[in-house]
Design a protein around this ligand. Structure first.
Ligand code: NDP
Length: 509
């Protein structure tokens, strides 16, 4: 089935594609149940959801569709593991050791996990192997290092210096984690790692489109020796399983990555027991190219910023601002890059860009391009669906865009670049334009002038700024958004704030 190679205008080299390995085939053939309290169980309702290969638009597996009663069971298992189990009392080094073991197991099963992820999500195999799987292991190992360094501090009281005061940092408790489909295993690892390091227990819901690697991960979590009930995986739909987690009175905190629209629902649902919330939401990140930029770096950099993972990246550089003196050169260069991209099935050899994740996403992205055309944009390249099987779309560049257009204002979450010019030297005016968005997740500045670089870094209102690079991801680097791009910072040392409570202790001795 996967020996077929999609032919598109973007393809250059014909090649054969790999068939699925034995481990992947065996995993796909099994029953895909929820993982609760260390047991594999069907949804109480008996319902399942279909999960697809977006390269062909075909069902590849049926997965338990959990709902509120299943979430109740998972939360009870997580609560029991937190209150009565060994996990939250384990030493930091024991927790770290198990996290390292999990990272080692992910590495050992990388080939199988990568195939599963590519098949289910549509991301090219090499990208999953080299980026998603590699970073999942790295984030587990890096964050495991913090497990032994979660400390409070001694405090000199300002009003009662004779008292001994200090703080403790304790795990928040039972954490609900709701993740999206754009980088499923990496999102799971990023969410699980800090919660595990802090000694919390977890109920995680993967996206309905991409539940498979999270379920395979659950097997590895058990194999790594992480006690039953510490991690519970409840696949299901957002409005049922997701909403039940967000509203659950015995969940102490919910960590969410996804759209702002659902982020708002999470906030409302969490109000019942005033659970803690962290949100990693969308973006509409600016890429600003100054005339002195090294074009050999800026052109492929801007292309990667928008076309990586078919544009399904929260930090994607989707708004391009270029000085008018180099605008044509940059656009021409990015268009050449776009046309060179080999679009194909994620498991085919040589594929650089896979399909969008779902029919809905294809319709959404195509709808934005159509609306842009009605509003008067020029399509420099791309804009069309590729073939009629699977959910492929051409890498797309739009010019003659204006700030009020929906393609410029809203997160498209596809390979669609909106390009604009600037023609003055006033950095405040350039930054004002770049900041004209409700989002503030990322941005990048392309220049060889250090003065411009430093000034622009301070003027752009976003959580991650690159200079001559866009959207760097590293386990040590805090990641999160200003404005409507989210609450809190994941990764780095900052993430510990999201999974620990500070307790102040005062002793009259
Ligand atoms: P959503 O925000 O709908 O989904 C993210 C997660 O939230 C999924 O697990 C989803 O479940 C769950 N969810 C949905 N509704 C609820 C609810 N009422 N309560 C609790 N959880 C819920 O993203 P979409 O998949 O619909 O994508 C839509 C748009 O969101 C994209 O086009 C993109 O703009 C943005 N997005 C941003 C991401 C980011 O990284 N910042 C990631 C993904 C999307 P289910 O799987 O059933 O939908």
């Amino acid at each position: 089935m996967y020996g077929r190679r999609r032919r598109t205008q973007h393809e250059r080299a014909p090649c054969s594609s790999p068939s699925l390995g034995a481990a992947t085939t065996a995993f796909l053939a099994r029953q895909h149940q929820a993982f609760i309290g260390g047991q594999w169980v069907n949804a109480e309702s008996g319902q399942t959801l279909d999960t697809f290969d977006p390269g062909f638009g075909r069902v590849i597996a049926k997965v338990a569709a959990c709902d509120a009663p299943d979430v109740d069971k998972a939360v009870a298992a997580a609560r029991h593991a937190f209150e009565d189990g060994p996990w939250s009392r384990a030493s930091g080094s024991d927790r770290a050791r198990m996290m390292w073991r999990l990272a080692d197991l992910i590495e050992r099963h990388a080939a199988e996990l990568a195939e599963l992820e590519s098949l289910n999500n549509g991301k090219p195999l090499a990208a999953v192997r080299n980026i998603d799987i590699a970073l999942s292991c790295e984030v587990l190992r890096y964050t495991a290092g913090w497990a032994t360094k979660i400390t409070g501090e001694t405090i000199s009281l300002s009003t009662a210096p004779q008292m001994h005061a200090f703080t403790l940092r304790e795990p928040i408790g039972v954490i609900g984690q709701i993740i999206p489909w754009n980088s499923p295993i990496m999102m799971a690892a990023w969410k699980l790692a800090p919660a595990l390091a802090a000694g919390c227990t977890i109920v995680l819901k993967p996206a309905e489109q991409t539940p498979l690697t999270a379920l395979r991960l659950a097997q590895l979590i058990q194999e790594a020796g992480i006690p039953d009930g510490v991690v519970n995986i409840v696949p299901g739909f957002g409005p049922s399983a997701g909403a039940a987690i967000a509203a659950h009175p015995d969940v102490d905190k919910v960590a969410f990555t996804g759209s702002g629209e659902v982020g708002r629902l999470i906030i409302q649902a969490a109000a019942g027991n005033l659970k803690k919330i962290s949100l990693e939401l969308g973006g509409k990140s600016p890429v600003i190219v100054f005339p002195d930029a090294d074009m050999r770096v800026a052109v492929p950099g801007a292309a990667r910023a928008i076309f990586a993972n078919s544009g399904q990246v929260c930090a994607a550089g989707s708004r391009l601002y270029v000085h008018k003196s180099v605008f044509d050169q940059i656009i021409e260069g990015i268009a050449v890059e776009a046309k060179k991209i080999r679009v194909g099935h994620a498991l085919s050899d040589g594929t650089q860009m896979g399909p969008l994740v779902s029919k809905e996403q294809l319709e959404r992205v195509s709808g934005y391009v159509e609306q842009g055309q009605k509003d008067g944009v020029t399509v420099v390249t791309g804009g069309k669906r590729i073939g009629d099987e699977g959910y492929f779309i051409e890498p797309t560049i739009l010019t003659n865009t204006r700030p009020e257009m929906s393609v410029v204002r809203e997160e498209i979450f596809g390979p669609v670049l909106c390009a604009m010019t600037f023609d003055d030297e006033d950095l405040d005016r350039i930054a004002k334009e770049a900041n004209r968005t409700v989002y503030g997740l990322a941005g990048s500045v392309w220049t060889r002038d250090l003065g411009i670089a430093h000034k622009m870094v301070r003027k752009i209102r976003a959580g991650t700024i690159g200079v001559n690079v866009h959207g760097s991801i590293d386990p040590a680097l805090p990641f999160g958004g200003f404005k409507q791009s989210g609450w809190g910072r994941e990764k780095g040392r900052d993430v510990l704030d999201l999974y620990t409570e500070v307790k102040a202790v005062v002793m009259s001795l």
